[in-house]
Design a protein around this ligand. Structure first.
Ligand code: ADP
Ligand code: 5GP
Length: 217
């Protein structure tokens, strides 16, 4: 779908401290919504056994990543726990031009760069029920060794202090509930009827409530 008068897609940025459940939630959103396409990022991190190049990420070495930076290919890029991650313009623009909504699953600095670039997007922050539960999920995932988990938990604390970048926040306690809440936000943003979701999931209120109880971990 393209041409004059055709709807341009919307970009949805989903971000959260590592281990909160972004990937899990994004997979569910994409499986249930043909109007939503994943923005495949580039990374210098080695692939995990479950990951496929070109689907989960474009896996590249540092030299190739640097070349892409130099050629202006990235909307945003950031270094996160030792590896480079970036969203190319190619990953988002063709879908948006086709009228398809795009999901960017990126860490918090990257979300801030997208916001600072004034790229039009809806910014959704996911919160773990608590920092203790985040630790449990990172260990339960079984993909990172103890040193990486420590780095990711340290990063999580600073990411939580950058929540003001986001329009909405959802707590990923029960998975299906969190998926449904993000879907409500996406539906409302598509139809431009956002009063109710802003009242329910507006970032300021959700984060203030979360801090009262959950940051103790
Ligand atoms: P992220 O992409 O934010 O780093 P993942 O999606 O990899 O996080 O999730 C981290 C771990 O937590 C995974 O093992 C996942 O199965 C688990 N997880 C995700 N959401 C929930 C939830 N609501 N309750 C319990 N475990 C969850
Ligand atoms: P992981 O190594 O667990 O796949 O990802 C680590 C972090 O990098 C996650 O928070 C993930 O969302 C983020 N990430 C993935 N792709 C990008 C990207 O293109 N840009 C940025 N800034 N972060 C990304």
């Amino acid at each position: 779908m393209s041409g004059s008068g055709a709807r341009r897609g919307k970009a949805f940025v989903i971000s959260a401290p590592s281990g909160t459940g972004k990937t899990t939630i994004c997979h569910k959103l994409l499986a249930q919504d043909p109007q939503l396409r994943f923005s495949v990022s580039h990374t210098t991190r080695p692939p995990r056994p479950t990951e496929t190049s070109g689907i989960d990420y474009h896996f590249v070495d540092e030299a190739e990543f640097e070349r892409l930076i130099a050629s202006g290919s990235f909307l945003e890029h950031a270094r996160y726990t030792g590896n480079l991650y970036g969203t190319s313009y190619a990953a988002v623009e063709s879908s948006l031009d086709d009228g398809i909504d795009v999901l960017l699953e990126i860490e918090v600095q990257g979300a801030k760069l997208v916001r600072d670039a004034r790229f039009e997007a809806v910014f959704i922050f996911l919160l773990p029920p608590s920092l203790d539960e985040l630790d449990v999920r990172l260990r339960g995932r079984g993909t990172d060794d103890d040193a990486v988990i420590r780095k990711r938990l340290a990063e999580a604390r600073s990411e939580l202090s950058m929540a003001e970048v986001f329009d909405y926040a959802v707590v990923n306690d029960d998975l299906d509930t969190a998926v449904e809440q993000v879907q409500q936000i996406i539906r409302a943003e598509r139809s431009d009827e956002t009063d109710e979701v802003k009242a329910r999931y507006g970032r300021e209120g959700v984060v203030a409530e979360w801090r009262k109880g959950a940051e103790k971990g």
